[in-house]
Design a protein around this ligand. Structure first.
Ligand SMILES: [Zn+2]
Length: 208
């Protein structure tokens, strides 16, 4: 499985979608909408809660891993349930869509996670259409899953390298998305200025 680093970045991407309409700086948006940001990042990590279920029922973290929580049904259910409680994007369906995207990003990342990078069909697979137990995987592996057989493996040097890889690749994608976000903000501000300028001139001219 990919580490929480990759999933948290993906949660942040959905936050950028939420804030794309705001006319504020990103730092201000993060500060102003921190609870929303935290919620989206949590949703992007939520499917891996099955680790805890496994520990609670079987003392084995992997016993229930990549089950129901890694399915589209779970994504729909969670998105609708959370939207009933909190509509962060205004309307119910807009909020549910955003929640679905945050949760679904986890499934997409896990689909592309496997044992070896490249086009090699070594993906671990996820049961996208649970209760059908068939596991789906991308033939192209973009992320090598962190090892979590036991504690020494979890804190191994190999996992540190894998986390670093996620940090660099997802960090690079985030930097590109931020550049697009800032450009979008700038274009919006410029078109807003263009729209308001003639009105301001008319208002300041007493003859008209
Ligand atoms: Zn997962």
């Amino acid at each position: 499985m990919a580490s929480p680093i990759a999933h948290s970045f993906a949660g942040f991407w959905t936050f950028l979608l939420l804030t794309a309409r705001l006319k504020v700086r990103l730092i201000t948006a993060c500060r102003q909408y921190l609870p929303q940001l935290v919620l989206l990042v949590l949703l992007a990590n939520l499917p891996d809660i099955d680790f805890l279920f496994g520990l609670a029922t079987d003392a084995n973290a992997n016993a229930l891993h990549r089950g129901f929580t890694h399915s589209l049904a779970a994504a729909f259910f969670v998105a609708l349930a959370v939207a009933c409680v909190w509509r962060i994007a205004g309307s119910f369906w807009r909020s549910a869509t955003l929640y679905f995207l945050a949760y679904g990003s986890h499934l997409l990342i896990d689909l592309c996670t496997g044992k070896k990078l490249g086009w090699n069909f070594t993906g671990y697979g996820v049961p996208l259409f649970w209760p059908w137990t068939e596991k789906f995987r991308s033939p192209l592996v973009l992320i090598v899953g962190v090892k979590h057989k036991d504690l020494p493996t979890l804190f191994s040097m190999e996992n540190v390298q894998l986390c670093l890889y996620e940090l660099l690749t997802f960090g690079a994608v985030t930097a590109a998305l931020l550049a697009l976000w800032l450009r979008h903000q700038k274009n919006r501000a410029m078109s807003h200025d263009r729209e308001t300028e003639p009105r301001a001139v008319c208002n300041s001219n007493p003859i008209q």
